[in-house]
Design a binder for this molecule. Sequence first.
Ligand code: KG4
Ligand code: ZN
Length: 377
Amino acid sequence: MRILGIETSCDETGAAVIEGESKNKKVTLVSNVLASSLSFHSKTGGIIPETAAREQIKYIIPVIEQVLSESKSSKKKIVNRKSSIINLASIDAIAVTVGPGLIGSLLVGVETAKTLSYIYKIPIIPVNHLFGHIYANFIGKIHNSAADVQFPAIALIVSGGHTDLVLIENHQKIKWLGGTRDDAAGEAFDKIGRLLNLSYPGGPSIEKAAKAGNPKTFRFPRPLINSNDFDFSFSGLKTAVFREVQTMKSPQMRDPVAAGQLSNETISDISASVQEAIVDVLIYKTLKAAQKYKVKSILLGGGVAANQKLRDELKLKIENSPASTSEAGRAKLKIQFFVPEKWLCTDNAAMIASAAFYNYKPVPWNKITANPELYFY
Ligand code: KG4
Ligand code: ZN
């Protein structure tokens, strides 16, 4: 089964074609195209929803056209190629992100997908963007395929808008365990990045600056690390950094948050300390959930999952955690760790098509609406 995925929840316009093998439940990527309006948002230090939506409109048709033409070369023959510009002859289903996200951006993908479904009489599957981030882990060829993911599993989804822990008992049973009470982890990176005058998005910029820094220079809070639930809170961290920066300024400075006066060394030390604080909390809670639910796999997903420190530390801690060691203390119980390649962590359409394959529930096109507030429950 070949699925065309469409993703337009924020500032990326994505289309991808995946091949799902029903027999052994494997997904492989056929083609993937992504256009981004990030350069616009870098100038403003954050996403302006109106701009993002206008860019989505510009890119959506060219991106779909390109992904379909790139998927032609692979095994299934496209018939009737000349009949239209967008040729869906080889496509068995369309998957589209319906939420959460920015309403203007979402509408572009949703209405385009509905139109294609209507005209070409192709089944359409609405997909929750957050499920997409989980299912980036199931795309084969590039990394471990679905066959290797053992349930139950814990998934940590860390993005610009979300920080959630979910328990996956099987593809049909995904239970939300906890999430952030305020800012998402990516949002904290972005806001602190802005505070430090680093370029947007803050996550990759802080990661880069942190390389030259000492994570022990500042002891920033690890909010809710000892709470008896699976919730997170990152807004206090941003305030702590703000205060720290303020104390470094001489009193006569007018704008205490303009970090122009901070040395590169200080910016690096703050970045390393912030990164460590965020990574510590994420890992601690994920392992706690893994132990409580005795899971066999841990999956990481979302833009922040591209962070190398988070990837490395989580892998290391899983290997050394008591949950992955048998009573004898030697033979590993083997909690397997899955994390998508970096480009599959940030928003893309391949993950949306993958989620649709594993949860194949077509809906009549006229019953599908964009839902910016969509959540896990
Ligand atoms: O999943 P995503 O592309 O979009 C949303 O669904 O929100 O995630 C974007 C977020 C941004 O907040 C960005 O700063 C963060 O992911 N991010 C990172 C890294 N790459 C992207 N955070 C930390 N380290 C990174 N390397
Ligand atoms: Zn996302």
